[in-house]
Design a binder for this molecule. Structure first.
Ligand SMILES: NC(=O)c1ccc[n+]([C@@H]2O[C@H](COP(=O)([O-])OP(=O)(O)OC[C@H]3O[C@@H](n4cnc5c(N)ncnc54)[C@H](OP(=O)(O)O)[C@@H]3O)[C@@H](O)[C@H]2O)c1
Length: 313
């Protein structure tokens, strides 16, 4: 009898090990680990490049990076709005008057850009951080067969191909920056990429594309003729307060989310959930709720977002 109890105790201990490891890495990542952001402040004048930087998460990332001593290369689609954002950033971070803020304008949902030409004016700058942030989807009730081909191409360009082609032309320049210190390229992902809710299948698939792309490119730079010093990470974002949804514990403001991204930048993970509550949510969905409940719950969320969007029209 005593032997059986001992055996069960040992078995319990062994089974608890993965959970204890998971809890300790959670506590380390979100509460104890100092930020590595400063490691990317190398070279005479380091730059961070952020796409989709005139609003939402991208604009908040730009502000945090400026505050932390980076020069900025911002991307947007509307030059008038971009100029206002640059002014706003300068005002909100008055202690960095010498920081260089540049921008480039391109509609990410359009095909046919000359990407080499696009980066011509800033390709020789010392870029150490890249945030491929531009992306998103509308929440409307149409199914795939009710969408036009043009709409689908525009979605795919904005959410995948723009980042792919921009990254392609940037890479040789990033490898050059990596000669004096680490360089990190991050793709903004979404919880939707894991859950694939109804009516968001193209958007979800595009995030799946970015996750695999990021993983594969990291392998390229690390294990094949490398390491080159350029690393990649895929960031998983849950809901962030940009649209109609209100801010709450689960839905942080863009500023709170951007601070979380800064805190996790360079943590070494290839798939990083920057905001702790989103990490708990993902764990809960995967380990407690199960697929069927998550699918039903996400369908209800999308239904209510579509209703809200309709009311806002
Ligand atoms: N917000 C969330 O809850 C959430 C959740 C998960 C993942 N994400 C991801 O986070 C990223 C940013 O999302 P967000 O909510 O911050 O988006 P947002 O508030 O809609 O801002 C998106 C930014 O991208 C720009 N943009 C949009 N379409 C563009 C186009 N065709 N060409 C060039 N620029 C364009 C916008 O420019 P304008 O200022 O001109 O509109 C803006 O600067 C996306 O990749 C999204 O998938 C967001």
């Amino acid at each position: 009898m005593v032997g059986a109890v001992k055996l069960l105790a040992v078995l319990g201990g062994v089974l608890a090990v993965p959970h204890l490891c998971r809890i300790s890495s959670f506590v380390w990542l979100y509460f104890l680990r100092p930020s590595s952001l400063r490691r990317y402040l190398h070279g005479p004048s380091p730059y961070a490049l952020i796409t989709g930087a005139t609003d939402g998460i991208g604009k908040a990332l730009a502000r945090e990076l400026l505050r932390n001593g980076f020069n900025l290369i911002l991307h947007g689609r509307n030059e008038t709005k971009m100029k206002k954002v640059v002014e706003e950033l300068r005002k909100s971070v008055p202690d960095k008057p010498d920081a260089d803020i540049r921008y480039f304008i391109a509609d990410a949902s359009q095909a046919g850009h000359d990407f080499t030409q696009m980066i011509e004016t800033f390709k020789d700058l010392h870029i150490t951080l890249v945030y491929h942030n531009v992306g998103g989807s509308d929440t409307s009730p149409e199914r795939l067969d009710e969408r036009t081909e043009d709409y689908l191409y525009a979605m795919l360009h904005k959410n995948t191909l723009f980042a792919l082609f921009l990254n392609r032309v940037l890479l040789p320049h990033l490898r050059r920056s990596a000669k004096s210190g680490p360089v990190l390229v991050q793709f903004m992902g979404s919880l939707a990429g894991d859950v694939a809710p109804p009516r968001l299948s193209i958007y979800a698939a595009s995030k799946g594309f970015l996750e695999s792309l990021s993983h594969g490119l990291d392998n390229d730079e690390l294990f094949f003729d490398g390491p080159t010093g350029v690393r990649y990470a895929y960031l998983v974002a849950g809901p962030v307060q940009t649209g109609p949804m209100g801010e709450n514990f689960r839905t942080p403001s863009c500023e709170t989310f951007a601070k979380a991204v800064m805190a996790r930048t360079g943590c070494g993970g290839r798939r990083v959930v920057p905001y702790a509550v989103h990490a708990v949510l993902l764990w809960f969905m995967g380990n407690v709720l199960g697929d069927a409940a998550v699918d039903r719950f996400s369908a209800e969320e999308i239904r209510s977002l579509i209703e809200q969007a309709k009311k806002g029209e």
